[in-house]
Design a protein around this ligand. Structure first.
Ligand SMILES: [Fe+2]
Length: 134
């Protein structure tokens, strides 16, 4: 069983508009995690994953716009990490629809690790940069 992500001080990057988006992503991730544990149908899981992907795509464009506006030097690496998540989440959706349970659990753990590590490292760096220049 994958633990829920708990929104809190530790995940805050210090830029309200980014933190607001992250809170939404965390909520959708937790809904997905619960739905997997409760054995919801593949169609329902895929719909939740679509919601997560759409929210992530929107949020990544938001961050990328802020990086451009404030001439953030690490933009290319940061964008590459975003791209990686979208690719994995789309792959997970295919696996869910093929109802491959073992892989689904691994992928949920991977998504959770990705989200937290990306926020802790990459977004934290961006947040401290933006807090100084905005
Ligand atoms: Fe990011």
């Amino acid at each position: 069983m994958v633990k829920d992500l708990v929104w809190g001080e530790i995940l805050r990057v210090g830029v309200d508009e980014i933190d607001d988006d992250h809170r939404k992503l965390v909520n959708i991730f937790n809904l997905l995690n619960h739905a997997v544990m409760e054995g919801e149908s593949p169609e329902y899981l895929a719909a939740l994953l679509d919601e997560l992907i759409n929210c992530a795509v929107w949020h990544f464009s938001h961050e990328e716009r802020l990086m451009l506006k404030h001439r953030y030097a690490g933009i290319e690496e940061h964008k590459a990490e975003h791209q990686e998540l979208i690719v994995s989440a789309k792959k997970l959706k295919q696996e869910i629809l093929q109802a491959d349970k073992a892989t689904v659990n691994q992928q949920i753990e991977f998504l959770e690790r990705w989200l937290t590590e990306h926020i802790f490292a990459t977004d934290m760096r961006l947040g401290s940069y933006l807090s100084q220049v905005m």
